[in-house]
Write a protein that binds this ligand. Structure first.
Ligand code: OAD
Length: 238
């Protein structure tokens, strides 16, 4: 008989120990680049070159990063837990994939993808994308957008996410400040649908009413320790 499903929501904090900036820290990404300039659909319409340059610069940095102990512990959980383990990530890096994880929903998109605003085709793009780029599917030039979900756009794979949240027995939130909706609301949905809910963060977040347990510390330490315990005694956590 399979054990109840586990759903893990991850945010920028899980990648911090891989050397990537979080968004809202004092030297974070949004601190150096106003959201209105690089992460809204209006900004992209106003100045696509600027937005492309921003993501073209970010791409090699994210691609150089290596998964840390927290990413690897999640992969271990996926390999050894006798039930389903799904990852919903807000991160556009691919550190979960590099750690060997599976069942990953990138609700905010991925750095190595672009989407054609003319035909909707999503492409893998490891090099630069700019306003000269021609869509290999519809052959139209200048309509490629980084496949990053900007403020004002719908999140990706939400039907799947809804189903996962409603059917899990344990919901883990790792390294997210919980201020960006709808991801910030996932814990509430999981909780009212019957899951146990645990938060892993350095500190208390503003979104903590629906968590049954808070585990404070660096994810690279707390997540592997938790996975060890969970694999020893799964039933303690349901
Ligand atoms: P934030 O920068 O808002 O929050 C990162 C969280 O991680 C904070 O609560 C930190 O305390 C915590 N943290 C930092 N280092 C940690 C560590 N080593 N171990 C555990 N926790 C740690 O990032 P997100 O919550 O991911 O959207 O931000 C959500 C979304 O806001 C992003 O996906 C992005 C941004 O707008 C898009 O790009 C669409």
């Amino acid at each position: 008989m399979p054990k109840p499903a586990i759903v893990i929501l991850t945010g920028a904090g899980i990648s911090a120990e891989s050397g990537l900036s979080t968004f809202r820290s004092s030297n974070g990404l949004w601190n150096n680049h106003p959201v209105e300039d690089v992460a809204t659909i209006e900004a992209f319409e106003r100045n696509p070159e600027y937005v492309h340059d921003f993501y073209n610069e970010l791409k090699p940095e994210l691609n150089r990063a290596k998964p840390n102990a927290a990413h690897l512990a999640i992969t271990r959980l996926q390999n050894e837990y006798p039930g389903e383990v799904h990852i919903i990530t807000q991160n556009v890096d691919t550190l979960h994939e590099k750690a060997g994880s599976q069942n990953i929903c990138h609700i905010h998109g991925q750095i190595n993808q672009a989407v054609c605003l003319n035909c909707g085709q999503v492409l893998e793009t490891f090099g630069d994308v700019n306003t000269e780029t021609v869509c290999p599917h519809c052959q139209i030039q200048g309509m490629m957008k980084p496949n990053i979900v900007f403020f004002g756009e719908n999140l990706l794979c939400m039907d799947k996410v809804d189903e996962l949240l409603k059917n899990c027995g344990l919901f883990l939130s790792i390294g997210t400040s919980g201020v960006v909706f709808p991801a910030a609301d996932f814990v509430r949905i999981a909780k009212i649908c019957g899951a146990k809910t645990y938060e892993f963060n350095l500190e208390e977040t503003s979104n903590n009413w629906y968590f049954d347990k808070h585990i404070y510390g660096k994810a690279g330490t707390t997540v592997p320790a938790f996975v060890d315990e969970l694999l020893k005694e799964p039933s303690d956590n349901f």
